[in-house]
Design a protein around this ligand. Structure first.
Ligand SMILES: Nc1ncnc2c1ncn2[C@@H]1O[C@H](COP(=O)(O)OS(=O)(=O)O)[C@@H](OP(=O)(O)O)[C@H]1O
Ligand SMILES: Nc1ncnc2c1ncn2[C@@H]1O[C@H](COP(=O)(O)OP(=O)(O)O)[C@@H](O)[C@H]1O
Length: 205
């Protein structure tokens, strides 16, 4: 069988058992699970950076899971009054976070949008752990260039237009909402540089 690649984010090991080793020494207790939400406007690099943060943590030996919140609500049509399908997202997040933690993850790295402190509290309640929020702030012309590149082969003709319009609007909403505990400038530098800056900012580095 081909071995699994060394990089990539996955929770390692099953739930820890409080076994006593042959030398009679108890293993270190499992750390309390904690979650980090990487937020920012559309195209800020949330998903890309979250995966690299997950890789860095897992490579350093911390059982880690990465959850792309967009993937938990991609179901159409969204109900009336809930255009981003947040209720479904929260239901899915409750299950997914619980499963990752039961499988051994002690760090959950979420990529997604929290528009208000109310959103933040609902995410925290759904993951069932402490939650730190880090916003990626990117100069809007750079966001727009990234979106143009990301959407150049899209099948949906309106997707790029929608994201370009939403980028400035959501950035202003996030400026006013003060949801984040930390903000990292993600305009320049590689995803690895930015992931390292995020880990340092939140004290997980
Ligand atoms: N309030 C709020 N809540 C949740 N999501 C929000 C919100 N505002 C905007 N967005 C952004 O909407 C985008 C939805 O992701 P999708 O990948 O499913 O979009 S799509 O496939 O292009 O339609 C996705 O865009 P990207 O961030 O560019 O991936 C979300 O971030
Ligand atoms: N640091 C970076 N430098 C250059 N391009 C980036 C960087 N981070 C992300 N990107 C690119 O920008 C686009 C938007 O990133 P993505 O992770 O999809 O953002 P979000 O999840 O916030 O919408 C993607 O095409 C991604 O490859």
């Amino acid at each position: 069988m081909i071995p699994r690649p060394p990089r990539g984010v996955r929770a390692r090991g099953g739930p820890r058992r409080e076994a006593v080793g042959s030398a009679g020494v108890s293993p270190a207790p499992r750390p309390t699970p904690e979650s980090l939400l990487i937020t920012g406007t559309v195209g800020a690099g949330k998903t890309t950076v979250a995966h690299v943060v997950g890789d860095l943590l897992a490579d350093a030996g911390t059982p880690t899971a990465v959850v792309d919140l967009d993937a938990l609500c991609r179901s159409r049509p969204a109900p009336e009054g809930d255009p981003f399908n947040v209720e479904l997202l929260l239901r899915n997040l409750r299950c997914v976070a619980g499963n990752h933690i039961a499988a051994g993850a002690v760090r959950l790295v979420l990529a997604g949008v929290a528009e208000s402190r109310g959103d933040r509290e609902r995410y925290r309640e759904a993951v069932g752990t402490g939650l730190t929020v880090c916003r990626l702030r990117v100069h809007l012309p750079t966001v727009r260039r990234r979106l143009v590149r990301r959407h150049e082969n899209d099948h949906a003709p309106d997707a790029l237009r929608w994201h370009l319009d939403r980028a400035g609007e959501l950035d202003r909403i996030l400026d006013r909402a003060h949801v984040a505990d930390h903000t990292v400038d993600a305009t320049d530098g590689s995803a690895a540089d930015i992931a390292t800056a995020v880990l340092r900012a939140v004290g997980w580095g």
